[in-house]
Design a binder for this molecule. Structure first.
Ligand code: HEM
Length: 406
């Protein structure tokens, strides 16, 4: 007697699933933790369940493999000097250490009053207008004020350029095999313009340093040894892209989840102490970063499957967040999930292991300040549209606009 083995397909990378990839993730996750998949012409394995995702992210045998020349992924951003998100030890740690000092609890606490002022001014203007698009009129200008302007000392008058550059580059962060020719071309133009801008800014910070991370990195480069000028420019681009798209989408996706779950919105209004743990639930439930990639640096085993050096995997962290094997009621958005003494398992929204998001404290600050002020000042918030559109990106999950009434 023969048993038919049903073929497992995966469709969530198709535009049809953009509004809600989670049912498709669940179907595949329930079928298998590890699915062989063709990413364009690159054979990879999709990692669908929490435990296997966590094992890859924290495993010493996994990394990016660009330095070793073994990556099957063609990712042009990996070639940008200083872009340490795609580097392996020891180079990775050398760069990460230089920016980590900008995200210590003390430095982040010092940024809190600025974030508060920016949000208050934006909400004052919205109240006067009577309309608000939470994404473009709150999350975007807040991220511009905090990252390219405050952290990198860029010119606030270039706000529209910062947003346009990071959007085109973020869209182009999907594996090249999944991108259209137009998206690849737009990414190239944006990266060139953005690098040119930061090269000029670095020159200016050399002669006239200001109180920001970029000036510190410029000083470290001038001191010699640790860092070159092109690396400083590349790190600025990395911080702009890694920081803006994601922190904007945390506010957008998180606010959308609240508006679609009015009981949770009401609870948060009553108990603002739940805002901080609610951010973790937002990162679990509808994460701004849906997946990341890794390469086996040595022969190794995950979930009982043998991987050979140079094999590529797509770690579906967005799917891991809904894995019922580790999260109770995974499809329920519950702002108390991470509150109290027995919090849920750590979500993978900021990744795990050596690449764990270095900017997480800043992302939390931005989102907490924005949500706190919005809930306090807009008592009757409601969605002003039935449907929302998503950016045409796979790694980054974010909506195009979030108009609300109040
Ligand atoms: C909610 C907002 C954010 C989310 C969801 C997020 C998510 C992530 C994730 C998933 C990674 C790891 C990628 C991997 O393992 O391959 C990462 C790394 C990184 N993030 Fe974030 N991020 C956010 C905000 C920020 C901010 C505000 C900054 C800085 C301004 C930032 C800078 C970085 C950098 C530089 C890395 C590379 C770290 C490394 O490779 O060691 N992120 N982020």
């Amino acid at each position: 007697m023969s048993t038919a083995i049903p073929e497992i397909t995966f469709d969530a990378f198709q535009p049809a699933h953009r509004a809600d990839p989670y049912p498709e993730y669940r179907r595949v996750r329930d079928a298998t933790p590890l699915l062989p998949f063709e990413l364009g012409d690159v054979p990879v394995t999709l990692v669908t369940r929490y435990e296997e995702c966590a094992a890859v992210l924290t495993g010493a045998h996994w990394g990016h493999g660009y330095t070793a020349g073994i990556s099957p992924f063609r990712d042009s951003t990996a070639a940008i000097p200083g872009s340490f998100v795609r580097m392996d030890p020891p180079e990775h740690g050398r760069y990460r250490k230089l920016v980590a000092k900008a995200f210590t609890p003390k430095t982040i606490a010092e940024l809190s009053p600025l974030a508060g002022r920016v949000v208050d001014d934006l909400l004052d203007a919205a109240l006067e207008r009577g309309t608000l698009d939470v994404l473009n009129e709150l999350a975007v200008p807040l991220a511009v004020a905090m990252i390219p302007v405050r952290l990198l000392g860029g010119d606030p008058a270039r706000a529209a350029d910062f947003r346009a550059w990071q959007l085109a580059i973020a869209r182009g962060s999907d594996p090249d095999a999944l991108l259209t020719d137009d998206a690849v071309a737009a990414r190239g133009i944006a990266a060139r313009d953005c690098l040119t801008y930061f090269a000029g800014l670095v020159e200016r910070k050399k002669s006239a340093p200001t109180d920001d991370l970029l000036s510190e990195l410029v000083a470290a480069a001038a001191a010699g040894g640790e860092l070159t000028q092109p690396e400083v420019v590349g790190m600025a681009l990395l911080l702009l892209v890694a920081g803006m798209e994601t922190s904007i989408n945390l506010i957008g996706n998180g606010m959308l989840a609240l508006l679609r779950n009015p009981d949770q919105l009401a609870l948060l209004r009553e108990r603002p102490d739940l805002i901080a743990p609610a951010l973790d639930e937002m990162l679990r439930y509808d994460a701004p970063t849906q997946f990341t990639i890794r390469v086996a640096l040595e022969d190794t085993t995950v979930g009982g499957k043998r991987f050979r050096r140079g094999d590529g995997v797509v770690v579906l962290t967005g799917s891991a967040g809904r894995d019922g094997r580790v999260f109770a009621d995974p499809e329920t958005f519950d702002v108390t999930r991470y509150a109290g003494n027995r919090p849920a398992r750590k979500h993978l929204g900021f990744s795990l292991g050596i690449h764990f998001c270095v900017g997480a404290p800043l992302a939390r600050l931005e989102a907490e300040v924005a949500l706190r002020a919005l809930l306090a000042r807009a008592p009757e918030l409601a969605l002003a549209t039935e449907t929302v559109d998503y950016q045409p990106s796979l790694i980054h999950r974010g909506i195009v606009a979030l108009p609300v009434t109040w």
